[in-house]
Ligand binder design. Structure first.
Ligand SMILES: NC(=O)c1ccc[n+]([C@@H]2O[C@H](COP(=O)([O-])OP(=O)(O)OC[C@H]3O[C@@H](n4cnc5c(N)ncnc54)[C@H](O)[C@@H]3O)[C@@H](O)[C@H]2O)c1
Length: 333
């Protein structure tokens, strides 16, 4: 059966992850438009041009275009993959280090997309806090964070290697936080439907060190996160049914949790936990609540839309010259 058209998907952030997500969409998505916005419009224009070449070379049905964030309002889904420049000095909880730098940008993007009704997938770290911040600041009803599904994929791959079985024989989840508070649900993990012995220390070491090894080798983790975005997008848009571990609101907390998507509608399916896992998850929730409280109250040093270098308008502002210039730059193929 031919999949339904995607209409339009937006990507905010034309850096490593934004580029990988956009490339994967042009390579494999159903027909539709791919709208790319970034802090520097020229970067989005350049990425759209490069992907335009790819589209023509591969006869892809996906049309890449550059636009500003407001141009994403009609998209079916928006992927947020921005990162503010900051120096990360953390040796533990490294993803949490981005909270102070990224929270104001996430808030400003949420203001631009206020009331947006499509699906928002947030990749920006710390990814267990930023989706909540985006959801609360924008009022968007379908906001998810990417991270626990990537951890779960890495877990299944690692366990398959350690037990010498095919990766698709392994069923198991990593939940809680995409970070030091990740909970490996070992007690419910199976191989070919049979409970598995999970070498937890080795699995945890691999989850902790793998991203750093990838970054050390190729600069950034990008293809893995892009795969996690595409997998989540397909389910959230109802192109396929299945389970995806995403950061989402569950009983008043935001955490990485398996969501079972049927025709794009999610139902949370927390796996059965043993006493250790239950205690780990409780500790992670306490940590995330505290960290969210601190990032949610971070002051705006200056409203972003008042800064000259900031390319977006405040939603209440009139039609500005920046917007007109952005529209003139749009690439249509
Ligand atoms: N959740 C995950 O699994 C996962 C995996 C990898 C990376 N990440 C996170 O994804 C984010 C992006 O990573 P990256 O490697 O692509 O970073 P990057 O530095 O390569 O790219 C960031 C992009 O964001 C753009 N940007 C910055 N401020 C912006 C703004 N105000 N509006 C629009 N665009 C803006 C920059 O211009 C740049 O194009 C980071 O927070 C990173 O930690 C998450």
């Amino acid at each position: 059966m031919t999949p339904p058209p995607l209409e339009a998907v937006g990507v905010i952030g034309a850096g490593a992850v934004g580029q990988a997500v956009s490339t994967a969409l042009v390579a494999s998505a159903p027909p539709g438009r791919l709208l790319i916005a970034s802090r520097v419009l020229d970067q989005a224009v350049a990425l759209a041009a490069d992907l335009g070449d790819m589209r023509h070379a591969t006869a892809s049905p996906v049309h890449p275009e550059a636009c500003d964030v407001e141009g994403l309002a009609d998209c079916t889904a928006v992927v947020v993959a921005v990162r503010t420049a900051f120096t990360n000095t953390h040796t533990a909880d490294v993803r949490m280090a981005g909270a102070a730098a990224n929270a104001p940008v996430i808030r400003a993007l949420a203001a631009c997309l206020h009331g947006y009704q499509g699906t928002v997938l947030v990749v920006t770290n710390p990814v267990d806090l930023m989706p909540r911040l985006f959801a609360e600041a924008s009022g968007c009803p379908r906001v998810y964070g990417i991270g626990s599904n990537l951890d779960s994929a890495r877990f299944r791959l690692t366990l398959a290697r350690l037990l010498n079985v095919p990766a698709d024989a392994v069923q198991g989840h990593v939940i809680g936080e995409h970070g030091d508070g990740a909970v490996v649900c070992a007690s419910s993990t199976t191989v070919n439907g049979t409970p598995a012995q999970v070498p937890l220390a080795e699995v945890r070491a691999e989850l902790r060190t793998r991203p750093g090894r990838i970054s050390a080798g190729v600069g950034r983790t990008r293809s893995g996160p892009a795969g996690a975005v595409l997998s989540a997008l397909r389910k959230a848009l109802g192109l396929v049914d299945g389970t995806e571990e995403l950061t989402a609101e569950h009983r008043g907390d935001w955490l990485g949790i398996p969501l079972r998507f049927t025709s794009g509608r999610p139902v949370a399916c927390l796996p059965a936990l043993n006493a250790d896992e239950d205690a780990q998850l409780a500790a992670t929730l306490t940590k995330l609540r505290g960290a969210y409280g601190r990032s949610a109250v971070l002051p705006h040093p200056q409203p972003l839309w008042r800064r000259r270098e900031y390319p977006y308008r405040h939603p209440a502002a009139g039609r500005g010259r920046e917007r007109d210039r952005a529209q003139q730059h749009r690439l249509r193929h």
